[in-house]
Design a protein around this ligand. Structure first.
Ligand code: SF4
Length: 234
């Protein structure tokens, strides 16, 4: 199995009835501004090279962003902020991402999510997170040979990443380290496991709730990303 095969299988997943109904309804009804476009309306696979050294774990696709364009964080305000920052720290070839064929390339970074289908109100349930967890697990397995750092965007991604990494043989400190902007945790192999050291960074999510209010500024985002990029050896 490789990541291309994983992504090809993922886009056919229909395991979560509520999310299947929602992603397809949004794709049918559309937002007026995108009425002439064909929405993707399916699970959105990870974006970026298959030998990434840095993995960014978000939350879930946006209804009229990735659920429309079929590419993570592409075509919405959250993505505008994220790709501008990735470009600023030198790992994206352009600062914008508007469609799946816009020429965007990431260097050494793969962006994925704990939930691959757009949820109502951007809020997946814990049952949906658990259902989708095996996709993240398998993606992390395939990225494990090269991955050295993870940036989680928001507490949901932080929890999902730590849970998945525990399943990959990492010792997760108890009590579990708390999510925060600028928080990080260094993970090492649990006894009996052979996995390379990995640092997990916390960063506020690039949602409009955070960026419009100034809770997350471009400088704060670039700060975490540049630290993680450097740590990952990119
Ligand atoms: Fe499948 Fe994940 Fe989408 Fe649920 S959220 S239908 S598990 S891809």
């Amino acid at each position: 199995p490789d990541i291309a095969a994983l992504d090809a299988a993922l886009v056919d997943c229909r395991a979560c009835p509520r999310l299947v109904e929602w992603r397809e309804r949004v794709a049918r009804e559309k937002r007026r501004a995108f009425a002439d476009q064909t929405y993707w309306g399916r699970p959105v696979p990870g974006l970026g090279p298959h030998d990434a050294r840095l993995i960014i774990v978000g939350l879930a696709p946006a209804a009229h962003g990735a659920n429309r364009t079929g590419r993570m964080f592409t075509g919405d305000r959250s993505g505008d902020v994220l790709f501008a920052a990735l470009h600023a720290v030198g790992v994206a070839n352009q600062p914008t991402a508007v469609s799946a064929d816009d020429g965007l390339e990431l260097r050494g970074v793969r962006i994925t999510a704990p939930v691959h289908c757009a949820p109502p109100d951007n809020k997946p349930t814990t049952a949906e997170r658990d259902e989708c967890g095996h996709w993240l697990d398998r993606e992390l397995t395939l990225l494990a040979p090269t991955a050295r750092a993870v940036v989680t965007l928001g507490g949901f991604g932080w929890q999902a990443a730590l849970t998945a990494l525990r399943g990959h043989g990492y010792a997760i400190p108890v009590p579990r380290p708390k999510f925060g902007h600028g928080a990080f945790v260094d993970l090492q192999a649990a006894p009996g496991h052979d996995v390379p050291d990995l640092r997990v960074f916390g960063c506020y999510h690039v949602s409009q709730q955070n960026t419009f209010t100034g809770r997350l500024t471009p400088a704060m985002l670039e700060d975490v990303l540049s630290t993680a990029v450097e740590f990952a050896g990119l």
